[in-house]
Design a protein around this ligand. Sequence first.
Ligand code: XIL
Length: 367
Amino acid sequence: MLNLICKTSLIKSVLLLLIIVGTTPLTGCSEKEEPVIPVTPPVVETKTLKEKAKFPIGAAVTVAHLKEADFANAFKSNYNQLSAEYEMKMKGIWTSLTGYSFDNTDYLVNFALQNNMKVHGHALLWYSSFPDWFKTVAYDSLNFENNVKTYIQTVVSRYKGKIVSWDVANEIFADDGTLRVESTVYKTFKDPIAFYGRCFQYARNADPDVKLFYNDYDQVLNSAKRNSVSKMVERFKKAGYPIDGIGDQFHTTIWTSKTTISNGLTDIARTGLLIHISELDIRVNQNKSDSYVFTDAEMIRQSDMYKSIVESFESLPQAQKFAITTWGITDKYTWLTGWWHPKEYPLLFNSNYTKKKAYDGFLSGLK
Ligand code: XIL
């Protein structure tokens, strides 16, 4: 009897020890030994984001960031797609009617290609990035369009075959779903949507293989804006203007409703277009408090929210999953410390380039 108990117990102990310490040899067996139930150890992910994901994982960067070795290393090890945080916008490139500055954009594109990354172009047209010299002239609609057409052709054809996708237009709708009136396009054209449609066409003519996106914030959360975008997509399709995808920026928070996110994403995907979570970051300092402390509990909530967003994205049809891009990689450099509050911690790495719980949440949300 003692022999039998001892044998059973020995088998269980062997199982447990194999799990815990691998092949450490066993010695002895005591009568007093309690039966041990083997516990399955938690699955430890050893892969990085880009290794695990079946779609590209992007981040917004700047030339200055990439010149910092720690930043460049964290970026290269974990991401395989690059967006420019601002250096590919009109203001960064278009210096005068015939003047273009490509030093920064060339640097970013070369960095990406040398490191086997894709490049997503952000963004050809954004109301907030028309250069001052351009706005000052106040072109009529004909000259406005001719000049913008040349700009699009020049930039898109320069990076033909190197930049896989462009945000052709960014943020043309206001929060109530109407066209944004502060845009210089709105002020110049009777039918701004038709103008944007032609701009998509100019981009397609310059690079027939490039994927063309409409990009905006809060489409998943705001059905008024989502409806306007869907209507524009329908109109483009009917008129024959090319559009391949929709980017939702996803500057969001740890308090946002996960159900609303998931439903909104599913709804946008009904367009049948590629879907890009294009500028993901998750704010924590809700009240913009100067005494805010990023506690363990908030870190876990943030990690949970990353996981949930990635899971919602994963539940879309495989062919529509274009990419997920975070707007930066480290809490050391985030636009939110300026735009939101200096005490903000929205990204996947902390200021010392250590992976946060947020990183693990993102990773575990991937299929
Ligand atoms: C922001 C950048 O992060 C800032 O550095 C820049 O000064 C202004 O633009 N939506 C967008 C992005 O589409 O281009 C914005 O990026 C953030 C909001």
